[in-house]
Design a binder for this molecule. Structure first.
Ligand SMILES: [Zn+2]
Length: 277
């Protein structure tokens, strides 16, 4: 895909602004974002929750070797990768943690990078792991941790590494489900249009990544993520809508034509049948 078009398209990756503004206006105190971020909030906004993401301490990450660069704005694109590792049958959390440690070791010790390159990793068991340090906090704040996963585009892309090699076989269902959840969460947080924002590594660099099979699934992924985002925005808009439906309105009793206007006067308050006002 043409890189300039991609860069151009970054400007068109906002979801309907009115919907966002309406929900955001209601969100004083972070109800909407809290819901999106999976933070439990009163009132059921948690229907917009993102996936459970295991933190770096969950998988035993090493500290980064140098300062992590965080940009005060979100990415324009979500880049789907495969890890180019074996399609293991171990779908456990401990395998997912071991994978993250192995990738970090490779990136730090063989590539000489400051830390693991990608911001998020999804195991074949569907476990979502935080990647580069501060990624979760940055996502929560709508910011961007600069990673190392897509050459010349790390300043504006967030990378998801999907465990396995998908040149000739498709990823397992658990992984795909988590990928949908993760992309929907990122699109909501960063207000990205899935059709524009979700790309494969090969859209930016000359590579087979994320494999023909996973790459072929991207149109479907964009569609699924789009429906999920719309569903969550509808839910949030409904929660934000303070206008009662017509059937919820009372029928109004008659009001006197020329009612007295004075401080503290608000109609009759004591009558003959009241004994001790
Ligand atoms: Zn890649």
């Amino acid at each position: 895909m043409n890189e300039e078009r991609r860069d151009e398209s970054g400007r068109h990756t906002q979801v309907d602004r009115r919907t966002v503004l309406r929900t955001t206006a209601f969100a004083a105190g972070g109800v909407v974002l809290g819901g999106i971020m999976g933070i439990s909030t009163p009132g059921g906004a948690s229907a917009a929750a993102g996936p459970k993401v295991y933190t770096r301490s969950d998988w035993g990450a090493r500290s980064p070797r140098s300062k992590i660069e965080v940009m005060g704005r979100g990415p324009t694109h979500i880049v789907v990768h495969h890890t180019a590792t074996a399609n293991v049958s171990d779908l456990s959390t401990s395998r997912a943690a071991a994978l993250s440690r192995a990738i970090q070791r490779h990136h730090m010790d063989n590539n000489g990078w400051s830390d693991i390159g990608q911001q998020l990793t999804i195991s074949r068991g569907g476990y979502v792991m935080e990647g580069r340090a501060q990624s979760l906090r940055a996502i929560g704040a709508g910011h961007h941790v600069v990673g190392a996963h897509t050459a010349n585009h790390n300043g504006h892309t967030i990378g998801i590494e999907n465990e396995g090699t998908y040149t000739s076989v498709a990823p397992p269902r658990d992984l795909v489900d988590s990928l949908v959840d993760t992309c929907a969460w990122l699109c909501l947080v960063y207000r990205l249009d899935p059709d524009e924002a979700i790309v494969g590594h090969r859209d930016f660099n000359t590579t087979g990544c994320p494999g023909d099979k996973l790459y072929a699934m991207l149109p479907r992924l964009r569609k699924k993520v789009g429906s999920r985002v719309q569903e969550q925005l509808r839910h949030l808009s409904a929660a934000a809508d303070t206008q009662p439906a017509p059937e919820e309105l009372p029928t109004y009793p008659a009001v006197p034509g020329a009612e007295r206007v004075a401080d503290f006067y608000h109609g009759p308050t004591v009558g003959d049948r009241d004994t001790s006002p």
